[in-house]
Ligand binder design. Structure first.
Ligand code: ATP
Ligand code: MG
Length: 443
């Protein structure tokens, strides 16, 4: 036998048995984004490498170590998107969306690619739901996107998700903070990891984001950005806190969060779950007022977030949240002969046109095996077609829950009889629920 080729490390197959979980989060994120007036955008899977270098930043892990770059002969260098913001902003600028009236609000669901060390909650190909708002410098916009993310997490049924917020200042006040950080870390330079020794020169704030335990330990005593904010940044940050309060959204100020990408200014935030281990950041985002100009567009403030869908689903599973249920088969037709099979095909195709979920035997199995299959797929009704049925043009619909049989003709009357049977079954389910409810209420 040939050697089996396996999927690349850090990628996942989403199997039919799992896909309802994805449909659930895709539906919730779609619905909530639209409630806030965000419209979907779809962008290419790969972009010019320069786009990510310029936006995400050269000193970030994402750009310096984790990019999947590809070149086809004679082509420019492209990179599989490691995140969605850069491509989205490129598209917004390139397509003149900035001139269509502000604010512009877009959301996306896309795959991202990062060459990281795979572990629980950390993949090389993963999915993000993201929202970006362009055109507002007001802290109200910050509160709005945070509340959108919070709404998604709540609608997924999650509990105990902690919101951390911080302000990382602006080009006015950050240089002073950088200076203070440089002084602090220079004193312990030899203890820092190799990457952080480089970061010390180029971008000392990145050290606060280092995952090495030694660097994290040293960073504990580092100066705090909140002590270095200029008046405008301070004011922006305290207004945001006021708005979050007005929306009843609990938060913790965490001066240590700087986020892994360079383009952030002022507000940064993370939603963290303690239920899925070390990779607990389900959602991260912030304001990036300088990015659009940096990418060649006209200076426009903007902000957004991205939510990791694998981590979201992991947390939902851990907390036993509900997922959309699989649609069940309405009717399974079991033909007992070649003639009956033709009839089964005709009936199935008629009922499918009416919107029903119908299956029939495709393999040529005997009755017993077919009934086992019907049971396995959870068919609500079964119709056996033997020579008697074909001759008389009359069959029996068997309700698989009650065992009850209903006579039906196989011609004109079938659609009517079947739809009545399905409706009857639907109501009997509701009746049972009501009965359970009133019993519970009286007892
Ligand atoms: P982390 O600190 O966990 O590495 P990050 O700061 O790199 O996260 P962002 O670039 O802000 O993350 O991406 C937003 C979200 O996308 C994260 O909060 C997380 O839920 C998800 N995410 C990021 N990288 C991965 C990955 N390699 N595998 C799975 N999900 C990821
Ligand atoms: Mg990361």
């Amino acid at each position: 036998m040939a050697v089996m080729i396996q999927r690349p490390k850090g990628t996942n197959d989403i199997l039919p048995s799992q896909v309802k979980k994805w449909h659930t989060v895709e539906k919730i994120t779609n619905d909530i984004a639209q409630q806030f007036g965000f419209k979907e955008i779809r962008i290419p899977t790969f972009e010019d490498t320069g786009l990510f270098v310029r936006s995400v930043g050269e000193t970030t892990d994402v750009v310096s170590k984790e990019m999947y770059s590809v070149t086809a002969t004679g082509d420019a260098q492209f990179t599989l998107r490691p995140e969605g913001t850069a491509g989205t902003m490129r598209a917004v600028i390139e397509n003149g969306i900035l001139n269509e009236g502000l604010p512009q609000k877009v959301f996306y669901q896309l795959t991202c690619f990062r060459h990281e060390k795979p572990q629980a909650g950390r993949l090389r190909e993963f999915h993000q739901f993201g929202c970006e708002m362009v055109g507002s410098a007001s802290p109200r916009a910050d509160a709005e996107v945070i509340s959108l993310a919070k709404n998604v997490l709540d609608s997924c049924g999650l509990r105990d998700i902690v919101l951390n917020i911080n302000s990382i200042g602006c080009p006015n006040c950050r240089p002073n903070y950088h200076k203070a950080l440089k002084e602090y870390f220079s004193a312990r330079k030899d203890e820092l990891c190799g990457t952080c020794q480089e970061r010390l020169e180029k971008n000392p704030m990145r050290i606060l984001d280092c995952k090495s335990p030694i660097c994290q330990e040293i960073a504990k005593g580092a100066p705090l950005i909140t002590d270095y904010l200029c008046e405008e940044c301070s004011d922006h940050f305290s207004k945001l806190q006021g708005y979050l309060g007005a929306m009843d959204i609990d938060f913790t100020i965490n001066p240590k969060i700087v986020r892994g990408l360079d383009y952030y200014t002022r507000t940064v935030f993370e939603f963290i779950s303690t239920d899925i281990g070390a990779q607990g950041t389900v959602c991260g985002g912030g304001r990036y007022d300088g990015l659009i100009e940096q990418l060649g567009g006209k200076a426009t403030p903007a902000l957004g977030f991205a939510m990791g869908l694998e981590r979201l689903i992991m947390t939902m599973q851990k907390q036993e949240c509900d997922f959309i249920e699989e649609k069940k088969c309405d009717l399974y037709i079991a033909p007992m002969s070649e003639d009956a099979a033709s009839e089964a095909i005709a009936i199935a195709s008629k009922l499918r046109k009416e919107g029903y979920f119908v299956e029939y035997d495709l393999i040529g199995r005997g009755l017993k095996a077919q009934m086992k299959y019907a049971d396995k797929i959870g068919a609500a009704f079964v119709m056996v077609l033997g020579s008697d049925e074909i001759e008389s043009g009359k069959g029996k619909l068997k309700n698989m829950r009650t065992g009850e049989q209903t006579d039906t003709d196989l011609g004109e009357g079938l659609i009517n009889t079947f739809s009545n049977a399905v409706i009857g079954e639907m109501f009997s389910g509701i009746d049972e629920d009501i009965a359970k409810f009133t019993e519970g209420g009286n007892g």
